[in-house]
Design a binder for this molecule. Sequence first.
Ligand code: ADP
Ligand code: MG
Length: 254
Amino acid sequence: MSVIGVVSMKGGVGKTSATANLAAAFASLLGAGRVSAVDLDPQSALQYHFGLSNAHNEGVCAQSLRGGSWRAITEDSAYGVACLPYGAVSEVEREDFEALLERDPHWVGKQIQRAGLDEDAVVLIDSPPGPSVYLRQVFACADIVLIVLLADAASYASIPAMESWLVEMSHSFPQVDSVYLLNQVDRSEPLNRDVADMLRQQLQDKLAPIGIHADEAVKEALAFQQPVLIYDPHGQASHDIARLAKWLIDAINR
Ligand SMILES: Nc1ncnc2c1ncn2[C@@H]1O[C@H](COP(=O)(O)OP(=O)(O)O)[C@@H](O)[C@H]1O
Ligand SMILES: [Mg+2]
């Protein structure tokens, strides 16, 4: 089993979109039943990308507090991706879950192991922005962590904080490979282009060779509650995500 975490220091950079769209791309490459997407963000938005908005409110949060198997709250989507929502919970439940994660840094990894997934399954994990118990859990169980960035000043400014977090994490969890992913690339915008060039110079091979272009279809796909690969299979973002998924499969197998 391979685990890919999707993280960022800043919110709104495209973590949830990247998680959902990459999961759908993996499912089309590897076949249905081999890809799971776990939502570790209390916003619980990942399920909407798979049309599971009317799903019951159960999820990894309440199920963990109950001590139940994550398998029981896994929902099969129409896109070959099994989704594990965070779930709609009260503040008290969220705090209790976070306390549980604080006590056991390997909780998420253990639940994924126990969920009875295929040996060669790929699990993607979405996370809330910035340092948190969730981010630590991702680092504890991931093989690869994708750090999503925009080509803007705010993302650029977040790199030192991310780098010092990475140094700290690499001591505790040396198994993780982390790689930056540039999202919403737009070479026609001077600032976007300049920051992208600066990031490439600064991060070099720590930046994934394939970025995801800014593409309205990503937003529209969410409005239709579909992965962008289904909504607009021949568009720029779909093309990027398919290539990125192939690159990640190669990285996993290296
Ligand atoms: N490549 C892209 N092109 C255009 N819009 C995008 C792209 N990636 C994400 N978005 C949009 O950016 C917004 C934030 O994305 P989201 O995935 O929710 O970010 P995060 O999970 O990091 O908070 C959403 O409206 C989403 O549709
Ligand atoms: Mg999100």
